[in-house]
Design a protein around this ligand. Structure first.
Ligand SMILES: Nc1ncnc2c1ncn2[C@@H]1O[C@H](COP(=O)(O)OP(=O)(O)OP(=O)(O)O)[C@@H](O)[C@H]1O
Length: 213
């Protein structure tokens, strides 16, 4: 289980965005997180992915506290929690090919054999892998970002408005990829979206940020 307990977090002193929020994502489930713009969904996703350190409260992985920035946690913890953002372009190095983008987390561990398999999993064909970000669409780049997030085979995946920029067919394709991960690898997913209809179709259960206090 990946959980946040009584988290207080924000960006400006004395103005918490999350004020005593608790949430738990179970293995093998898609938990939807809904709420209006500005309600703190992304902040909570970043707290769970260890990219935003809370002022107080805890983040726990299987009951063990991991409340630290990613770079200060052991590699197993970093590997266990992946994240995909709404906007793929700022999330990638524009000089890299899609293949290099997907390979990045694997090369660090000396494993490159899985790249073709991952690319196939997210629906990227061979020739596309040789292109750089400016030569592909947002949807194709987001597929690469999803493959990169899945490369370390994370046990939990935060999808922060992952499909908000994408057309209906790419949205459906990426949701299917994440669903397969959930079923086959028992990955726990936090699906963040302002689109309640999408969450109703996709998630096993849906929570609203306002309910978490
Ligand atoms: N990097 C930041 N610096 C300062 N304030 C921020 C930062 N990121 C978010 N905020 C503020 O924190 C509040 C919550 O933002 P957050 O992005 O977590 O909400 P959200 O529910 O995900 O909204 P959206 O769907 O619009 O992204 C907002 O008032 C936002 O302006």
């Amino acid at each position: 289980m990946l959980s946040a307990e009584e988290v207080v977090a924000g960006y400006r002193r004395g103005r918490p965005v999350l004020d005593g929020v608790s949430i738990a994502v179970n293995e093998g489930e898609v938990l939807g997180l809904a709420g209006p713009s500005g309600s703190g969904k992304s902040t909570l996703g970043r707290v769970l992915a260890l990219l935003h350190q809370p002022w107080s409260g805890r983040v726990s992985l299987d009951g063990g506290e991991v409340t630290r920035f990613r770079h200060r946690t052991p590699p197993e913890t970093r590997k266990a929690i992946g994240i995909v953002f709404q906007h793929p372009r700022p999330a990638v190095d524009p000089r890299f090919t899609l293949r290099d983008i997907i390979a990045e987390p694997l090369l660090a561990r000396g494993e490159s054999g899985e790249i073709a398999e991952l690319a196939d999993e997210v629906g990227l064909t061979g020739e596309l892998l040789t292109r750089r970000p400016h030569e592909v669409s947002d949807g194709q780049l987001q597929r690469a970002c999803l493959a990169r997030a899945l490369a370390p085979r994370p046990r939990y995946l935060v999808c922060d408005e992952m499909t908000a920029m994408l057309d209906a067919s790419t949205t459906a394709a990426l949701v299917r990829v994440v669903d397969r991960q959930t079923r086959e690898n028992n990955t726990g997913v936090l699906a963040i979206s302002h689109d309640e209809a999408l969450l109703t179709r996709w998630a096993d259960r849906v929570l609203h940020v306002a309910e978490l206090i």
